[in-house]
Write a protein that binds this ligand. Sequence first.
Ligand SMILES: [Zn+2]
Length: 74
Amino acid sequence: MKEYDFGDLVELKKPHPCGTNAWRIIRMGMDIRIKCTGCGSSVLMPRSDFERRLRRVLKKAADAGGAETAKERG
Ligand SMILES: [Zn+2]
């Protein structure tokens, strides 16, 4: 079972037609909505479908917590 959560950046088995293979999870529920970080289009799919397509989690939202707003200096 793969671990993923809201806000995570994930890689799917198939890249988006735009060539990007990095998706942000923007909705968690019975259905999962992910957004392509390349072109910004979003896709809604059942959770089971998502888990089949998921290859790996690129970046946990928790890891990035605050990192985007408070970048390390020096
Ligand atoms: Zn795309």
